[in-house]
Design a protein around this ligand. Sequence first.
Ligand code: GDP
Ligand code: MG
Length: 654
Amino acid sequence: MEALIPVVNKLQDVFNTVGADIIQLPQIAVVGTQSSGKSSVLESLVGRDLLPRGTGVVTRRPLILQLVHVDPGDARKNDESGKHQNPSKLSEEWGKFLHTKNKIYTDFDEIRQEIENETERISGNNKGISDEPIHLKIFSPHVVNLTLVDLPGITKVPVGDQPKDIEVQIRDLILKHISNPNCIILAVTAANTDMATSEALKVAREVDPDGRRTLAVVTKLDLMDAGTDAMDVLMGRVIPVKLGLIGVVNRSQLDINNKKSVADAIRDEHAFLQKKYPSLATRNGTKYLARTLNRLLMHHIRDCLPELKTRINVLAAQYQSLLSSYGEPVEDQSATLLQLITKFATEYCNTIEGTAKYIETAELCGGARICYIFHETFGRTLESVDPLGGLSTIDILTAIRNATGPRPSLFVPEVSFELLVKKQVKRLEEPSLRCVELVHEEMQRIIQHCSNYSTQELQRFPKLHEAIVEVVTSLLRKRLPITNEMVHNLVAIELAYINTKHPDFADACGVQCVVSSKRKEETCEKSSLRTPTAQYFDRHGHLVGQTRAPPSVGPHNHQAILRPCSQPSVRSVSSLSPCLRRSVPKAVMHFLVNHVKDSLQSELVGQLYKSGLLNDLLTESEDMAQRRKEAADMLQALQKASQVIAEIRETHLW
Ligand code: GDP
Ligand code: MG
């Protein structure tokens, strides 16, 4: 089987690369009657003395012999499971039984002895048979990964401890193993028995009627009766077998007793065939059997290749696109830096403008959110500032009185409007500043948005990313007090001079003090000492407040009913809020949003585009460099794997 080793080794690399399941080479099982030479055939295929052979019932449990290839120069290397190491460190070949766990066998005589012991342990020592297999693994640089199955021989008559239905039991046991379609059946028949009634071929036909996976092996060519030969059989005239019929000469019992080596046996076999069957010598013998099996296995491997090839192509395409998504390694640092900065700045502005490539669908973002802040959050807050909030009628009255000085005034003086109005306008400053804060927050959030979605390349360079975030953040931070100051000023401007000639103030100007003679009479009648009462009406004439003026209201202790046509303070505050509603967003746009938008690119370039920083900023994240390398390696391995497969397709074993 050694001819397959290089091919299978190469394939192994391919499998390792693509993570495919290793091609399951067919397992090879021997069937035949007792003592026909099954164990001998398997053994000569492995090329090592390791199986108990002999006359009588020797193989009494199935032996599943798994050959595991290990690299010759590195026999201490892990075996296929990655767990086992050759602890002997002496031999390049060793064996392990499933039932003895991790025990290492380097002496093949000991292996054979253990097979015998284990057979007796389960099947007793009196020819009993068991269907419980013995599992043995042989690690060697001289084998391919292949499973061989040695089976008890077909028998008719029970002997020793064997049950009456021994024939049925053994047949079932054999069928169980050879019915696996991935099993090549070596149907072994001794040449000194009747080939035409071969039990081996009979049982093989049961599971493989077309003979697609049955190879007939004729043993004991050397033991034919004098005067007879196997010519007819070997020519395929007796029984036709699709895959062929191969005659072999194994070691006799005497050879075994004399410890004849496998190599000697093969040499003698060759000499025998040359002498007895010169015309057929090249197509018979153990070596030819091994080559035929090689060819069968190779066919099997080739059958698996197209699928493997497809898998490689699919994977290669996947890794190719993965690799290109990681971007090329940086060649021109300054160009890359400039490009990334520009890209980020553009994305940032686009997000504000609403022209970004990646549009958030889950929530408002960027310019849309700023708009929302202006119109909904800020606008609504202004509307909800209660014009009367914090103002009691006594405040109003007190303001009026304080503004009129010592004289009783028939008209509410302008200065008292202003006083009241100022107090109310102050209440609008807080939401205005809050509006600035919200927009600032959103501008900060856009940075995140841009780095998350739009400028994925930035993820490759965590330091540059950090630096960009820092520059934008500090630019925003710088603009915050400036914008706040402006908004504060806007409110102050509104306060600085209140135009009472404005139409909104028309009502206020019409304030009048009505001295109702009728009322005057009434009150005079009731009490001349009565405290003057102020009543306030809204512009529809509804009473909104009434207060008693302090006794010291004025020197002229007249009784008066002040009846302003409207509430001056109320009216005037609500006429100021639309003003701020318009101007505050404008200020925020100009001093914060547009300013940042316009200066972002130059700010970034100014701070980051410095030759001293290039190297540091464009250091790729280790993770990314690693991933790119892995993808590139994988791609290379896949290309190599593809080449290996092409080569294997061309490989001819001989
Ligand atoms: P199994 O029961 O089918 O596994 O047969 P074994 O491999 O144990 O062989 C049975 C006996 O036949 C052993 O003593 C072998 O030495 C002997 N034997 C097997 N093949 C040959 C052969 O080709 N020629 C000779 N002379 N003896 C053989
Ligand atoms: Mg046997």
